[in-house]
Design a protein around this ligand. Structure first.
Ligand code: C2E
Ligand code: MG
Ligand code: MG
Length: 696
C-alpha cells in the first residue's frame, strides 16, 4: 500500500472518530434520542482494522509481508481500529443502557409530577368548593410584621360569601385590609390579641363573641387555628341559639312568680363575692336574709292569690330600694335582691364600707315594706324580720353565709319580729353546736341511741289507767338523756324524722301488744304516738301504718296518732284526705297541744278528730286564772259538740285535777299521775293494777 491510500485511510478514520464523538456528545445532551450509531461505527472500525490486517498479511497474499498500511506513519493502524471499534461498541452499549434507565426514571418522575399537580389542583378545587359552600364564614388572615418582626396587625387574605354576609362587608372592603381597623363590630382589638396568641402559641382558639350591627347585637361563634404566618378563622352566627340559651338561663335563675333572681343565681353571685373578698382584702359585702312576718296568717286569711301578690309587691319594693341605693350611696353596684323560696328573700349588698351600710339598708327596707300594699281591694300590711351577715373572710361557701344569715333572722323573729339582727359570735357558736348535733344525730339512729318512755293517761272519771303516750328519748353517750325539744326540730330539718317516726310507731305498737297480752284488762289500753307533719305528708303513710299495725298484731283502734295543733294550722285542708283515711282504718286521731296555736275554734269542724289534748300552758293556770278555766270549759264544750274526748295535759297538782274533773275533762296526763316511764317501770305500774285516788 502506498502513502496516499494510507493518508486517505487515516483521514477517513479521523473524520469517523470526530463524527462519532459528536454523536456521543449530542446523544448525551439529548438523552431521549436513542441511537445505535456508536455501536455501528465501532463495528465498522473493527471491520476496518480486520481489513488492514488482512491486506498487510503476506501469508494471505502469497508475498512478503508489507507493513505499509499497518505501520504507516509509525502507527499500528489495525490495532488503533480494533481499539477504537471496541471503545465505540462499549460506549454505545453503555450509552444505550444509561439512556434507557434515565428515560425510565425521567418518565416516572414526569408521571409523578403530573399526578401530584393533578392532585394539587383537585385539592385546590375541593378546598375552594368547601370554603365557598361552607355555611360558616371563613377568613384567612396573614400576619403583618414590622421591621423588628413583631406582628402589628393581620391582613385579610381570603373571605367566603358567608363571611361577607355575616360581617356585612364586601370582599373588596375586606381583602388586603388590616383586621383591627376593619372589624370594629367584633371588638377588633380583643380579636387581634386572640389571633396573636393563636399565632404565638399555635393553640386553637374558640369563643363566642358579640358583634354590634348598628342597632342590634349578633353573637358569633369563632374558631381559629394557626396557618403559616397567620390564622384560618371560621365563624357562625349563633344569635338565635344564644337567645334561647339566655331565655333558658334566665328561667333557671329567676323566680317565676316575682321575676326576681332565685336561690341558684343568688348563690352564684354570692360565691363570686366570696372569691372577690378573698382577692381584695378591703372588699366587704353583706347578706340580708328576710322573712315576711306572719305570712302564713296572711295567706290563710286572705287567700293564696293575695299572698302571691304580696310577694310580688315585696320583691318590687326590694328592687326599687336597691336601685335608689346605687345612686344614693358609694357602695358597689352589684346589689342583688332574690327570692329564695316561700316568703324568704335575700339581698346581696356589694362593696359596703362597714356594717353601718348594711344596717342602713335593712332599716330602709323594713320601713318601705311596712307601708301598706294595695292588693285586690285590701290594704295588706306586712313586716319582715332580717338577719344580717357581714363577710369577714371566714366564709368559703355561699350556703354557710345563708345559713348564718338565716340564724340571725331567726333571732330577729324571736326577739319580736319586724327587726334586724346582725349575726354575731354567740350565734356562731350556736351554729357550730347545731352542726355537731347534726353529726351526732345522724349517727345516733345508726347506733340505736333512741328509745321510748311511756307516760300514763288516766281516766278522770274512773281514776284508772287507760293508756300511755310514747315519748322519744335520746340516750346520748356523753350528755345522758336528751329530751325531744333539743333534737326534734333538727331531725325534721334533716328529714331524719320520717325513718325515726316509723321506728317509734313500730316499737310503741309492739310494746302495746305485749302489755295487752300480759295484763288482765290490757286489751282496752291505748298507745298514743306523736307524729310530725313531715310524716303525714309521706305518700306511703297509710300502707306503712297498716303494715305496722298488722305486724304488731294490735287493733287499729288502740293506736292514737297525735298531731300538734301548730302542725295542723295552714295545712288542715291538705291533711284532711290522709286523716280521713287513717280514721277509716280505725286509727284514733288526736289534736295535740290544743290552745298553743292561733287556730280558730271553728277550724276544728273541718277535721276528722277523736281526741282533743288541751295543752299544759292552759292547764297550768286553770286554778289561778279565771279566764283559763273559762277557756278550758269552752274547749270541753266544743269537743263534746264535735264528739271528741278531752285529755288535759300536764296535770301536776290535785287542785288542777279537781278543777278539770269538774270541767268534765275525760282524761288526764301529767306528773301528778306519773312521769314518762321506762318500759319496765310502766310494766310494773300495769302489774300493780294502778288506780289513782282522786279526791272528790
Ligand atoms: P307532747 O306530745 O305534748 O308530750 C307531752 C310532753 O309534756 C312530754 O314532754 C312530757 O314529758 C311533758 N309532760 C307531761 N306531763 C307533764 C307535766 O305534768 N309537767 C311538765 N312540765 N311536763 C309534762 P317531752 O317528752 O319532752 O316531749 C315534748 C314533745 O316532743 C312532745 O309533746 C311531742 O310533741 C314531742 N315528741 C315526743 N316524742 C315524740 C315522737 O316520738 N315523735 C314526735 N314527732 N314528737 C315527739
Ligand atoms: Mg303528744
Ligand atoms: Mg302535748
Amino acid at each position: 500500500m502506498n502513502d496516499p491510500i494510507l493518508e486517505l485511510f487515516g483521514a477517513a478514520a479521523i473524520v469517523v472518530i470526530f463524527v462519532v464523538m459528536i454523536e456521543i456528545i449530542t446523544g448525551f445532551l439529548r438523552p431521549q434520542a436513542r441511537s445505535w450509531a456508536p455501536v455501528l461505527i465501532g463495528l465498522s472500525l473493527l471491520g476496518l482494522g480486520g481489513l488492514i490486517t488482512l491486506t498487510d498479511t503476506p501469508a494471505l497474499w502469497g508475498s512478503e509481508a508489507d507493513p505499509g498500511l499497518m505501520e504507516a506513519g509509525g502507527f499500528q493502524w489495525n490495532i488503533v481500529c480494533f481499539l477504537g471499534g471496541a471503545l465505540f461498541i462499549g460506549t454505545g452499549f453503555i450509552r444505550q443502557l444509561a439512556l434507557g434507565r434515565g428515560r425510565e426514571y425521567v418518565q416516572r418522575l414526569n408521571s409523578a409530577l403530573a399526578s401530584t399537580s393533578r392532585e394539587l389542583s383537585s385539592s385546590q378545587e375541593l378546598l375552594s368548593s368547601i370554603v365557598r359552600s361552607s355555611i360558616s364564614g371563613v377568613m384567612i388572615l396573614q400576619a403583618i410584621r414590622d421591621e423588628a418582626g413583631i406582628v402589628v396587625d393581620l391582613e385579610v387574605r381570603l373571605v367566603n360569601e358567608e363571611a361577607e354576609q355575616l360581617l356585612g362587608r364586601s370582599k373588596d372592603a375586606l381583602i388586603g385590609k388590616p383586621l383591627v381597623k376593619n372589624l370594629p363590630c367584633i371588638r377588633g382589638e380583643g380579636l387581634f390579641h386572640d389571633a396573636l396568641s393563636v399565632i404565638e402559641t399555635k393553640l386553637p382558639f374558640r369563643d363566642v363573641r358579640c358583634c354590634n350591627h348598628g342597632d342590634r347585637d349578633r353573637w358569633y361563634q369563632i374558631h381559629a387555628v394557626k396557618h403559616g404566618d397567620g390564622i384560618v378563622a371560621t365563624f357562625a352566627d349563633v344569635t338565635d341559639q344564644r337567645q334561647v340559651e339566655d331565655r333558658l338561663r334566665h328561667a333557671a335563675q329567676h323566680d317565676t312568680l316575682t321575676g326576681s333572681p332565685n336561690r341558684s343565681l343568688f348563690t352564684e353571685r354570692l360565691e363570686q363575692a366570696i372569691n372577690r373578698s378573698r382577692r381584695l382584702p378591703n372588699y366587704l359585702f353583706a347578706v340580708l336574709f328576710l322573712d315576711v312576718d306572719h305570712f302564713k296568717t296572711i295567706n290563710d286569711s286572705l287567700g293564696h292569690e293575695v299572698g302571691d301578690q304580696l310577694l310580688i309587691s315585696i320583691s318590687q319594693r326590694l328592687r326599687a330600694n336597691l336601685r335608689s341605693m346605687d345612686t344614693a350611696t358609694r357602695m358597689g353596684e352589684g346589689h342583688l335582691p332574690a327570692r329564695l323560696g316561700g316568703d324568704e328573700f335575700a339581698v346581696l349588698l356589694d362593696g359596703i364600707r362597714d356594717v353601718r351600710d348594711a344596717l342602713l339598708v335593712a332599716e330602709r327596707i323594713q320601713k318601705e315594706l311596712s307601708a301598706p300594699h294595695a292588693i285586690a281591694g285590701h290594704d295588706v300590711t306586712a313586716t319582715a324580720s332580717i338577719g344580717i351577715v357581714i363577710s369577714d373572710g371566714r366564709y368559703e361557701r355561699a350556703d354557710e353565709i345563708l345559713r348564718d344569715a338565716d340564724r340571725a333572722m331567726y333571732h330577729a323573729k324571736k326577739s319580736g319580729k319586724n327587726r334586724h339582727v346582725v349575726f354575731d359570735e354567740k350565734m356562731h357558736s350556736e351554729v357550730v353546736n347545731r352542726l355537731s348535733l347534726e353529726k351526732e344525730l345522724r349517727s345516733a339512729a345508726e347506733h340505736g341511741e333512741f328509745r321510748l318512755v311511756y307516760q300514763p293517761i288516766i281516766s278522770l272519771e274512773t281514776a284508772t289507767l287507760v293508756g300511755f303516750e310514747a315519748l322519744l328519748r335520746w340516750a346520748h353517750p356523753e350528755r345522758g338523756i336528751v329530751l325531744p325539744k333539743a333534737f326534734l326540730g333538727l331531725a325534721e330539718d334533716l328529714g331524719l324524722i320520717v325513718p325515726l317516726g316509723r321506728r317509734v310507731i313500730r316499737e310503741a305498737c309492739h310494746q302495746l301488744k305485749k302489755w295487752q297480752t300480759c295484763h288482765p284488762g290490757g286489751t282496752r289500753l291505748t298507745m298514743s304516738v306523736n307524729i310530725s307533719k313531715q310524716q303525714l305528708s309521706q305518700a306511703d303513710l297509710i300502707p306503712a301504718i297498716t303494715d305496722l299495725i298488722s305486724e304488731a298484731g294490735i287493733e287499729a283502734r288502740s293506736l292514737v296518732l297525735e298531731i300538734s295543733e301548730t302542725n295542723m294550722i295552714g295545712s288542715a285542708t291538705n291533711l284532711v284526705p290522709v286523716l280521713n283515711q287513717l280514721q277509716a282504718m280505725g286509727v284514733q286521731l288526736a289534736m295535740d297541744d290544743f290552745g298553743t296555736g292561733d287556730s280558730s275554734l271553728s277550724f276544728l269542724h273541718t277535721l276528722p278528730l277523736d281526741i282533743m289534748k288541751i295543752d299544759r300552758s292552759v292547764i297550768k293556770n286553770v286554778v289561778s286564772k279565771q279566764d283559763c278555766a273559762s277557756i278550758v270549759r269552752t274547749m270541753v264544750l266544743l269537743a263534746q259538740n264535735l264528739n271528741m274526748k278531752v285529755v288535759a295535759e300536764g296535770i301536776e297538782t290535785r287542785e288542777q285535777l279537781a278543777h278539770l274533773k269538774n270541767l268534765k275533762c275525760d282524761y288526764g296526763q301529767g306528773f301528778l299521775f306519773g312521769q314518762p316511764l321506762e318500759p319496765q317501770d310502766a310494766e310494773d305500774l300495769l302489774s300493780s293494777d294502778f288506780r289513782f285516788t282522786i279526791a272528790a
